[in-house]
Design a protein around this ligand. Structure first.
Ligand SMILES: C[S@@+](CC[C@H](N)C(=O)[O-])C[C@H]1O[C@@H](n2cnc3c(N)ncnc32)[C@H](O)[C@@H]1O
Length: 202
């Protein structure tokens, strides 16, 4: 597999295990309403009724539209946040910087969403390969981000990059996982810039 980041790139200022930082729940949103509305409309166009959706690196809100999915599974680091997320049918807690395998069979999902969190991944190649494994052929991944972050927990490569360079980085993550880039969105309304990369599996 292609290595996307050097050891220097993946360095964090706070290198304690991530579970320490996320031990206490944060019932906040991580972007403004315009960003979150735009994300919901992107999810509405990128998914279909009956899909099986994995909300990776999730919290207490999933930003999904009212679409009737077959099931929505959450994944994240804080159990109380995930338990409070009423869009989830079930959830798992796992640290993707400690190990990238997820407890799902191959072809378990049609879409993987990863909102406002990709800047924290230290091993994006194996992580996106794992997203590809749990997706069905032709499956979709939607990675969204803005310019906010917990700076002590974001990797060095992300902190040092411009917004467009971050989108380039995400495209490289997707390619390393076996995805083709279907769409890159870069919109800068007055508030939080809306960036997203949509990938699909062959
Ligand atoms: C800024 S919040 C975004 C939460 C949610 N996706 C949203 O849109 O509101 C970052 C999330 O990334 C998750 N996260 C951070 N580091 C992680 C890691 N190493 N493994 C798994 N999840 C992680 C945390 O659980 C946290 O909820």
């Amino acid at each position: 597999m292609t290595t996307v980041l050097s050891d220097r790139d993946r360095r964090k200022r706070d290198d304690r295990p991530d579970e320490t930082f996320y031990a206490d729940p944060r019932f906040v949103t991580h972007a403004d309403d315009a960003f979150l509305d735009r994300l919901t409309s992107l999810y509405a166009s990128a998914t279909a009724p009956g899909d099986r959706v994995l909300d990776a690196m999730s919290s207490w809100v999933s930003h999904l539209p009212d679409t009737e999915y077959e099931r929505v599974v959450g994944h994240g680091l804080n159990e109380a946040e995930l338990a409070a997320n009423d869009r989830l049918d079930e959830f798992v807690v796992s640290d993707l910087n400690d190990g990238q395998s997820l407890p799902f069979a191959d072809d378990s999902f049609d879409a993987v969403c990863c909102a406002l969190s990709v800047q924290y991944l230290q091993y994006p190649g194996p992580t996106f390969a794992e997203f590809a494994r749990v997706l069905a052929p032709g499956g979709t991944v939607v990675v969204s981000f803005s310019n906010r972050m917990f700076p002590t927990k974001a990797i060095r490569a992300w902190r040092a990059a411009s917004m467009d360079e971050r989108a380039d980085l995400v495209e490289r993550y997707l390619a390393a996982g076996g995805f083709e880039v279907a769409e890159r969105i870069a919109e800068r309304p007055d508030g939080d810039p809306f960036y997203a990369v949509v990938g699909t599996l062959p």
